[in-house]
Design a protein around this ligand. Structure first.
Ligand code: GDP
Length: 540
């Protein structure tokens, strides 16, 4: 990849604004503590006066991440939100991601818009299934990872064992920035290895306010007093061992995705959160450019460019509108600016960009590379679209995910057909599921694929709530999809010279929503059969 030089840089003031942006997401397996950590981070950012108001169940109304009744019932976060706050001269953009497995497509797309990720791990459990999947997406994208080992106030697995697991499973060098002093009932705080300081943990009721932080040197009598003799011994031994087991933290290696800083703490008790935030902001990278046609477009380039990574209709039942989320890759956004949608070639005026914070909205006049724009209104964009003020920039940032569940969603009442169609069209645009047009199918509607079955339930619930359309699920005989390489000719063999496709029993040919050819199969076993019988073809 060649790197382009910036011929027209932004003004010095804009360059300063861009350089102080830090755009990241928190990822975790459900229940590890992502929401709690988010809430505490916002407390430090001054975005809310009292930690607890983001998630306390009664007040959840005030966050936009639970705009759906269904979500409230299940207590999981379906949508993703963007929160912006100032801290230590950094302008922090925190992208919320749903933790539930079934919404991981949405999460994966959000990860295309960040420059770093904080991975929360439950100290009692270690790496869990969803942590690993999300980590893989980050690694593929080259996103640096910071680890917060949470819930140290509860019985944890031995920290050295956790460290070993992180290293073996994630194959990244762990660099513990601090080290826990005990766990559970006996959790007394953390030892900051870099500063050679001890932060003592004091239990405060409810952990609602900023936790008091007492700092002393490791030799401080207070430390010895705070720890029982055996704990003191264990901890000093562990800390000594660590120096031999781990390599010193190097920012360059963190940014290159070779090393992960690790912090121990307790989000609920607001312990270790501020230290982590400060250390994170020192190391996390400023906005990165993105590649267009083999060339890196740098954030400081004068012309505006960005890509759509999320679309969400009917965010607020009172407004009944649609929000398009755009990661700004380069330049400066000014209210009312005109851009070209590179997919359709159409010029669009970006009139109504808003800052969203829960249900509160504020019109946005200016935003910089690294920021997330939420355009609210009737924009006809699709996920993955590149918007630019200068021609010839196209980002291909949206990964495609292999669905693992398939179904038909059939309209129950033919009188509603128009609403059914427009609802499905909108929800497909939002990427709620993927559509497949099966060759020779007797079904009047396309088959749908999703990473998890809950996506279908969301689809059905939204069709009722937002379009007044009742549907039912119909079984699909397929459970595996295999894409043909894009250079393979039409598998329906309209071209006589094209090599034949030998389809296993029960499989079918279909096109995805972008017109790409696929084979649908009844099982993983049949996928093996497809590959065995078709050595002469290339699959993706
Ligand atoms: P998420 O699903 O990852 O967003 O997890 P939540 O933030 O909702 O936390 C899941 C549960 O763990 C909640 O009941 C939290 O109160 C609890 N929790 C979060 N952090 C801590 C912690 O540091 N210590 C303890 N004991 N519980 C915690």
């Amino acid at each position: 990849m060649s790197t382009s030089t910036i011929t027209n840089p932004v003004s010095a003031a804009a360059a300063h604004e861009i350089s102080r942006r830090r755009t990241f997401a928190i990822i975790s397996h459900p229940d590890a503590g992502k929401t709690t950590l988010t809430e505490k981070l916002l407390l430090y950012g001054g975005a809310i006066g009292l930690a607890g108001s983001v998630t306390s169940k009664k007040e959840q109304q005030s966050t936009s991440s639970d705009w759906m009744a269904m979500e409230k019932e299940r207590g999981i976060s379906v949508s993703s939100t963007v929160l912006q706050f100032e801290y230590n001269d950094c302008c922090v953009n925190l992208l919320d991601t749903p933790g539930h497995h079934d919404f991981s497509e949405d999460t994966y797309r959000v990860l295309s818009a960040v420059d770093a990720a904080v991975m929360v791990i439950d100290a009692g459990k270690g790496i869990e299934a969803q942590t690993l999947k999300l980590f893989d997406v980050c690694r593929r994208r080259g996103v640096p990872i910071f680890v917060f080992v949470n819930k140290m106030d509860r019985p944890s697995r031995p920290p050295l064992e956790l460290l070993d697991e992180l290293e073996k499973v994630l194959k990244l060098a762990p660099a513990p920035v601090n080290w826990p002093l005990g766990d559970g009932e006996r959790f007394r705080g953390v030892y900051d290895r870099e500063k050679a300081e001890v932060n003592l943990f004091e239990r405060t009721t409810g952990g609602t306010f900023k936790a008091p932080l007492e700092v002393a040197g490791i030799e401080d009598d207070k430390v010895r007093e705070a720890l029982s003799d055996d704990l003191y011994e264990t901890v000093t031994q562990e800390v000594e061992l660590l120096d031999g087991l781990t390599e010193p933290l190097e920012i360059d290696r963190v940014l290159a995705g070779e090393q992960m800083p690790i912090y121990f703490g307790s989000a609920m008790n607001n312990f270790g959160v501020q230290n982590m935030l400060e250390s994170f902001l020192q190391m996390a990278p400023p906005p990165a450019g993105r590649v267009s046609d083999g060339k890196m477009v740098e954030p400081n380039t004068d012309s505006f460019s960005g890509f759509v990574f999320k679309i969400q209709a009917n965010m607020n039942p009172r407004h009944r509108d649609r929000a398009v989320f755009i990661r700004i890759v380069s330049g400066v956004f000014e209210r009312d600016m005109q851009v070209v949608d590179q997919r359709s070639g159409k010029k669009v005026r970006l009139a109504n960009a808003q800052k969203l914070f829960g249900q509160d909205r504020e019109t946005l006049d200016t935003a910089y590379a690294g920021d997330i724009l939420a355009l609210v209104g009737n924009y006809n964009f699709l996920i993955g679209d590149t918007l630019t003020s200068a021609p010839k920039v196209v980002y291909k940032e949206m990964p495609r995910f292999t669905p693992e569940c398939f179904t038909y969603i059939v309209n129950k009442d033919t009188a509603n057909i128009k609403r059914y169609r427009s609802g499905m069209e909108q929800l497909m645009k939002e990427g709620v599921a993927q559509a497949y047009h099966v060759h020779g199918s007797l079904q009047a509607v396309p088959m749908l694929g999703a990473v998890g079955p809950l996506q279908f339930e969301v689809l059905q619930a939204r069709l009722i709530a937002e379009y007044g359309v009742e549907t039912r699920l119909e079984h699909s005989p397929w459970s595996v999809v295999q894409w043909f390489d894009e250079h393979e000719p039409d598998p329906l063999r309209r071209d006589r010279n094209a090599p034949k496709v030998h389809l296993p029993t029960g499989s079918a040919i279909a096109r995805d929503q972008d017109g790409q050819w696929v084979v649908l199969l009844s099982s993983k076993y049949m996928l093996g059969v497809l590959h065995d019988r078709n050595d002469h073809l290339t699959f993706r």
